[in-house]
Design a protein around this ligand. Sequence first.
Ligand code: ATP
Length: 360
Amino acid sequence: MAGVTIRQVSKHFGPVRVLDGLDLEINDGEFVVLVGPSGCGKTTLLRMIAGLESVSGGQIMIGERDVTWVAPKDRDIAMVFQSYALYPHMSASENMSFGLKLSKTPKGEIESRVAEAARMLKIEHLLERKPRELSGGQRQRVAMGRAIVRRPALYLFDEPLSNLDAQLRTSMRTEIKRMHLAEKKTVVYVTHDQIEALTLADRIVAMNRGEIQQIGSPDDLYNRPSSVFVASFIGSPSMSFLRGNLVDGGRVALEGVATPLPLPPAFSGLAAKAGTPVLLGLRPEAFAYAPEGTGFSIDVQVNVVEPCGAEVYVIGEVAGQEITARCVPGRVPPLGAAARFEIALDQIHLFDAATEWSLR
Ligand code: ATP
C-alpha cells in the first residue's frame, strides 16, 4: 500500500506563506496530477512529499508510514525532474544502476532490472552512451529508467516533459501513461500544462495561490468546474464568459442580448438567488454557427477566424466581451460581420460573478 495522505500541511518561507493547512488523500495506484499556474505551490508540495523540503506544519504519510521527518532516501520514492539530473560522466546504464549499487543490490539483479527498464523505454541501444550523446527525449527516458529500476512504492514527477518539443512531449506522455498502466504504482505528477493533466490523470488537483480549488476526474474538471479559475484553466481554447443577471430561478438576462437565456433543469433551485450578477460560461463547442437556428441564439461580431485542421475557431465579441466558438471547416461565418450562434443549453456553466464559484 502506497497511497499518500497530506494532513493539514503548511509551508512558509520566512514570512511568505505558500501552503496553509492543506489536506489531500491520494489512493494506492492512483495517477494524481497537481496542476496550476506558476507559483501556486505545486512543486513545493511535491518536494515535501519527496522530503526535499521540510514541512512547516502538518503530517505526510506514505502508505501506513508517517514520513514527515523521514529522509528522502528512506521514503521508498523515485523522483523524475524537469532537468533530468543525470550524471554527465556516467553512461545511461551507469546512471540507471547507480542508486541500486549504492543500496548494495546484487549485480545480477541490477543487470536484469536495467535490461527490463531499457526494454520498456526502448533505449536498449543507447545504454552505453553518455548524456551528452543523447537527445532531450532520450535523456528523459534514461531519467525515467533510473526511477523505474528502483521499483519504488511511489513515483514523483516534477514537470518532466517541459524541456521537450511539442511532438516529443506528446509521445513521452503516452509512454508515461503506458508505464503507469503496466506498473500500477502511485504517481504524483506536477505540471502547469492542462493538456497533460487531462490526458494523464485519474484525478486532477487544481491549485491556485496555495489552495486546492477542485479535486476530481478530468471529466469532472472539464464538465463540472467548481470555479471560474478551474473553468478558465482547464480546456483549450479557454471557456468564454458572458456577464448577466439571474432574472428568476430559471432565466439569465445577458448583457447586450435581448432574450433571456432559459436555464436547463440542472440549474433548478436558484429562485432564491434572483437578481444575482452571474457569469455564463461557454466552452467553444457550446456554440454552433446557425444563421437559421431555431434554438436560443446570440449574435457574435466575428473578429478573427483561426483554422486548426479539423476545426476552426472563431474569436468574436458579444456586447464587448470576447468569446471563442468552435466551427467546422467549410461552415464558418464571414469575417467582420455579425453572425448568429446557437447555444447548447445543456453545456452551459453558471458562476456567481462576485465569488466566482459555480452556482450548480
Ligand atoms: P512553477 O510552476 O513556476 O514551478 P509552482 O506552483 O511549482 O510554480 P512553487 O515552486 O511551489 O510553485 O512556489 C510557490 C511559491 O513559493 C512561489 O511564490 C515561490 O516564489 C515561493 N518559494 C518557493 N521556494 C522558495 C524558497 N526556497 N524561498 C522562498 N520562496 C520560495
